[in-house]
Design a protein around this ligand. Structure first.
Ligand SMILES: NC(=O)c1ccc[n+]([C@@H]2O[C@H](COP(=O)([O-])OP(=O)(O)OC[C@H]3O[C@@H](n4cnc5c(N)ncnc54)[C@H](OP(=O)(O)O)[C@@H]3O)[C@@H](O)[C@H]2O)c1
Length: 186
């Protein structure tokens, strides 16, 4: 793996290579993600497993973002798209009418809720630099994710909202959490 989001050295190397080859960055898509918890109740879930989820999904995303900000500033107007999850929505998880009310996957859910907070806080900081930051839920997609390929959508369908945001030129599109079907509760 050329860039391991948990290894500062590989992140710095990637930033240097982009600097040398292009000098700037227009779009950063923070896609790397893992889900190591297997729906154990929170009382049974090893803290180490949750730490591993957070290392990749949250701390990795924040580390890569911090390293790429100088390049994004040079590429402004630029955008950061954080690949989050509907499983990280506090609104859905606490809504008895939502199917996510039944979901118990504390490490993954909390790490994606933290991703959404990174979206909000980086969006506020970077707006004056004309860098937008948005969260996207790809939805249940047939990838290697979670050790199976049983998702409902094709990869193209899962990537559609990410691609749409990457191509969007509206300067007002900032600090949102969306999926193909529309807006999601944080
Ligand atoms: N599939 C779904 O149903 C679904 C639903 C909602 C959200 N998501 C989110 O969508 C994103 C993409 O997942 P996916 O469905 O495409 O799953 P995937 O097929 O398992 O792909 C995960 C990707 O993350 C990379 N990755 C994992 N750990 C990494 C690390 N330490 N450093 C760098 N890269 C790392 C993997 O790289 P390698 O190939 O090198 O291992 C792989 O490219 C994730 O953030 C996930 O949480 C997926």
């Amino acid at each position: 793996r050329f860039l391991d989001v948990t290894q500062a050295g590989t992140i710095a190397t990637a930033a240097k290579q982009i600097e040398a080859s292009h000098g700037y960055l227009n779009v950063l898509i923070n896609n790397a993600g893992i889900a190591l918890d297997a729906h154990q109740p929170p009382s049974q879930l090893p803290v180490m497993t949750m730490r591993q989820d957070f290392d990749v999904n949250f701390f990795g995303l924040v580390s890569v973002t911090q390293a790429m900000i100088p390049l994004l500033k040079k590429g402004a107007p630029a955008k950061i798209i954080n690949v989050s999850s509907n499983m990280g929505s506090l609104g859905l998880a606490s809504d008895p009418d939502s199917r996510f009310f039944q979901v118990n996957s504390l490490g993954y859910q909390a790490s994606k809720a933290a991703v959404n907070f990174a979206t909000i806080d980086f969006a506020k900081e970077l707006q004056p630099d004309h860098i937008s930051v948005n969260s996207v839920n790809p939805g249940w997609t047939r990838t290697d994710f979670g050790g199976n390929r049983s998702g409902e959508q094709t990869v193209a369908e899962g990537a559609a909202q990410i691609v749409k945001l990457a191509a969007d030129d509206s300067p007002d599109l900032n600090m949102t959490f969306t999926e193909t079907a529309g807006k999601l509760p944080w």
